[in-house]
Design a protein around this ligand. Structure first.
Ligand code: ZN
Length: 641
């Protein structure tokens, strides 16, 4: 803490100032916060597990052999150096052999399964928005190299500079593939031209928060009519798509543009574009010339990271990303104590009870909508720790001496797994995060909350501490996830996870009015220089932060109502609740990274995730005896849930 700051002026500095001073951003990070630090602790722990599992002794379990050999192959830097660009050769040869634009479907069907998932567009599976029990094919927009479509269309000086640097980076990669400088620069411009056309036809992140804008079910014949130059039948057959009869084409305008591009561009241009995406996707797994060029642009220039993370860290992350439920088994065996799950579940139940009483007495919502809201609340499923059934990776061939091959095969396994869901009933037990992940999520189509083992650890969740900090911290996170079911996006899905309007017109209008209060509030906050928060992009998270903290406060009050709570460390129980609530968010971020997040991250910067919330809560003002007119007391506080 930094007690020289007045909590009523800047509560975030007051609670986190000391942490920030003592924890400068490490050279290999773009931001550094309590979550990031825990994540690194987890990575160090996993590193030890993987070093042990990588020793080729006979007593290893099947899972230990899988993760150990994958890690061992990844750590073999000399082997990667010796190979140079050789692992890319197969893809490059296939691109060179393309005889016509008509050969693209067959090529993409293969490449999308491996590392080239983002070439031109993405194809996979997801729940049908109208019927959450059903999985259907999804064809989505893609094809870009920069982190968002906005980078291609914004006209300010900084965006122009970023595009210039991106051109130089793409040229550098073509040079690494052996092209002379002038040709490489020409090819980089071709890539930029194609990607700019695709970006202009892509929805913004704010648009993509509206599920109705992403819901356009078509037959394969309709998709074929949309893009006559791309033979979908070939793509479906070659990618072995189980049931392509219904496809949600999330952005038809994007596919229309794709058709225009396919029709007008030369085969040579497409070969250039595909070569770029092949090398771009593979570069982290190639020799250091490629890996470092990739790091120099995307991490160093774009996000301000000073040093490449050590190889062990990159390899631990890769095992978590590619074989996460194998690594997760070993992780939970060693870290997840038997009392954590019941204690966390009991806390979620308290938060749900708080939400129930909130909904019942909500002054702005009518009885009919309240009934639906309660139905949805009661249908929420809570998943804690790790999956009931572990994913089986035994069909992935993992070799101790073939790093690149392992990565490709793990990617193929995952792509296949996603495609094979099409036409099958939804598996509601699946997790979208791995057990060691320090994070949590709500899934609107599953209507479930997921808390991986990694996030239920001190200092976020400490079974040894009393309720005030635990409710303030983890309780508020649980409330946050629960509120996502009722934020501007989540509220459009019903209790079964179907996209279906269950609101009366009047109640929806009342909600919109209150949501606008929140987006107006956050839109005034500055991220960096003249960049403000895009309050429409962060609305769902801001609503969840606000609702979550309020629910946790109510739940904590209820859980401790028969206790005689005492002050400790010089703070009242209420003050300790709010300090606990703020201290998950202690952290700092490099200016470059703040710029990226202002465009791509639906979460507000950390300080506003605290100050934006407490300044809306009279309970906070009372706890710290703040006065009207001070920065942490908003004249007209926003409140939804
Ligand atoms: Zn969230």
């Amino acid at each position: 803490m930094d007690r020289t700051v007045d909590p009523c002026t800047d509560f975030y500095r007051y609670t986190c100032g000391g942490w920030i001073k003592k924890n400068p951003i490490p050279a290999d990070q773009s931001r550094w916060d309590v979550y990031g630090k825990m994540e690194e602790d987890n990575q160090r722990f996993l590193w030890g597990l993987l070093l042990e599992a990588s020793k080729p002794n006979a007593s290893r379990s099947v899972v230990e052999r899988e993760i150990g050999d994958f890690f061992q192959a990844c750590m073999d830097q000399p082997a990667a150096e010796k190979l140079g660009a050789a692992p890319l050769q197969r893809a490059l040869d296939e691109i060179a052999a393309l005889k016509s634009v008509r050969n693209l479907p067959a090529f993409l069907a293969r490449q999308h399964l491996l590392l080239g998932g983002n070439m031109l567009f993405n194809f996979g599976s997801n729940q049908d928005y109208a019927d959450s029990t059903r999985v259907i094919a999804f064809a989505t927009a893609g094809g870009l190299g920069l982190p968002d479509r906005d980078y291609y269309v914004k006209t300010d000086a900084k965006s122009q500079e970023i595009r210039q640097k991106y051109l130089e980076h793409a040229a550098k990669m073509f040079e690494l593939l052996g092209e002379p400088r002038e040709l490489a620069r020409k090819h980089a411009r071709t890539v930029m031209d194609i990607e700019t056309a695709l970006a202009k036809a892509s929805l913004t992140r704010v648009d993509k928060r509206d599920p109705y804008k992403l819901f356009h079910k078509m037959s394969s014949a309709e998709l074929q009519a949309l893009t006559p130059s791309f033979r979908w039948q070939t793509y479906f057959t070659d990618a072995k798509v189980p049931d392509p009869s219904v496809i949600n084409v999330t952005e038809p305008a994007f596919y229309k543009e794709l058709e225009r591009e396919l029709k007008t561009r030369s085969l040579a241009d497409w070969k250039t574009y595909l070569r770029w995406h092949a090398v771009h996707a593979a570069s982290p797994y190639l020799s250091s010339a490629f890996a470092q060029a990739n790091f120099a642009f995307f991490s160093s220039y774009l996000r301000g990271v000073k040093e490449m993370p050590p190889r062990w860290k990159r390899c631990v992350r890769l095992v978590d990303g590619d074989l996460g439920e194998a690594l997760g088994q070993v992780f939970v065996e060693k870290t997840f104590g038997p009392d954590t799950k019941p204690r966390a579940l009991a806390m979620i139940k308290e938060i749900e009870a708080a939400m129930q009483s909130e909904i019942r007495q909500l002054p702005w919502m009518g009885a009919e909508t309240k009934q639906r809201a309660l139905e949805k609340l009661h249908a929420v499923v809570n998943k804690i720790g790790y999956p009931d059934k572990w994913r089986d990776y035994s069909s992935v061939k993992i070799a101790r001496d073939d790093f690149f091959g392992n990565v490709e095969r793990a990617n193929a396994f995952e792509s296949r797994r996603q495609l094979d869901k099409i036409g099958k009933p939804m598996d509601r037990t699946e997790w979208l995060m791995t057990p060691p992940t320090v994070d949590a999520y709500y899934d609107p189509q599953m209507n479930n909350i997921n808390f991986p083992a990694g996030v239920l650890q001190p200092p976020l969740f400490d079974p040894k501490l009393d309720d005030a900090p635990n409710y303030g911290n983890t309780g508020a996170t649980m409330g946050h996830e629960l509120t996502h079911g009722f934020d501007d996006e989540g509220r459009q899905f019903d209790a079964q996870g179907n996209l279906k309007d269950w609101w009366t017109k009047e109640d929806a209008a009342e909600f919109e009015k209150r949501a606008k209060c929140v987006s107006d509030q956050y839109s005034q906050y500055t991220v960096i220089d003249d960049v403000k928060i895009n309050g429409k992009l962060t609305l769902g998270e801001d609503v969840a932060d606000l609702g979550g903290t309020f629910l946790a406060y109510l739940a904590w009050k209820d859980a401790t109502k028969s206790q005689d709570l005492k002050s400790s460390d010089g703070f009242t129980p209420d003050q300790r609740f709010f300090i606990g609530m703020a201290q998950w968010a202690c952290g700092d971020e490099r200016p470059e990274s703040k710029r990226v997040h202002a465009i791509t991250d639906p979460h507000s910067p950390l300080e506003y995730r605290v100050n934006g919330v407490v300044s809306n809560m009279p309970e906070f003002g009372k706890a710290f005896a703040c006065k009207v007119g001070q920065p942490m007391v908003r004249g007209e506080p926003c409140k939804i849930w």
